[in-house]
Design a binder for this molecule. Structure first.
Ligand SMILES: N[C@@H](CCC(=O)N[C@@H](CS)C(=O)NCC(=O)O)C(=O)O
Length: 206
């Protein structure tokens, strides 16, 4: 039985839950992180020593790092659907997943923590504006890429759309000034039709 640890308002957990929904897989989810604690227990540390969520256990095979979990589930249970068979397409998918984790999300986090979670260390308006402006630069990159295609890689939805889609959804739910990004908005409208996105990602921020 697949088990996932993590609270449902975490974007990194949402990516995993959305992937599981796309693959129609049954799983057990255990609340962990923030008000739920758990991440400091010896049992959890044996699964994820970073004290972070999510963690996945697939019959004793344990993984952490959300995008890696998305890749694993896609390859193990969704080959040829979520996990591109063509090697070059697969590496383009990998590229956009690493881009989400190392550029887009890193840019967005300070504004999210300041505006939504109201974390005192992230309350400086100048830092929030810097985060907003940097995120918009990457959103323009994404919008430009989507100008000539429906999804991030190839002609259909793949694992690449999951991390970037969850992040764009969060950005559009935040009270920030955004430039027009018509291609992102069209892509997000298509993602909203997917039950897993609607159920696990397109939720009020907290
Ligand atoms: N790169 C990691 C980041 C994990 C991470 O930062 N998780 C956050 C939630 S999104 C966390 O565990 N925060 C502490 C907590 O919830 O207690 C991943 O993608 O899995």
């Amino acid at each position: 039985m697949l088990k996932v640890w993590g609270r449902t308002n975490s974007i990194n957990v949402q990516k995993v839950l959305w992937t599981l929904a796309e693959l129609d897989l049954r799983y057990e989810r255990i609340d962990a992180g923030m008000q739920f604690g758990v991440v400091d227990t010896p049992e959890y540390l044996a699964r994820n020593p970073n004290r972070l969520i999510p963690a996945l256990d697939d019959d004793g095979y344990v993984l952490w790092e959300s995008n890696v979990i998305v890749r694993y589930l896609s390859a193990r249970y969704g080959a040829a659907f979520l996990y591109p068979e063509d090697m070059r397409e697969r590496f383009l998918a990998e590229q956009w997943m690493d881009w989400q984790a190392t550029n887009l999300y890193v840019a967005l986090v300070p504004a999210f923590l300041g505006l939504i979670r109201k974390v005192p260390q992230f309350s400086d308006p100048a830092a929030i504006e810097a985060s907003r402006a940097k995120t918009e630069v990457f959103m323009s990159v994404l919008d430009g890429h989507l100008a000539s295609r429906d999804y991030l890689v190839g002609d259909s939805f793949t694992m690449a759309d999951i991390p970037a889609g969850a992040t764009a959804c969060r950005w559009y739910a935040m009270p920030v000034k955004r430039d027009p990004h018509p291609n992102i908005e069209r892509w997000l409208a298509a993602l909203r039709k997917r039950p897993g996105f609607a159920r696990h990602v397109d939720l009020p921020l907290s």
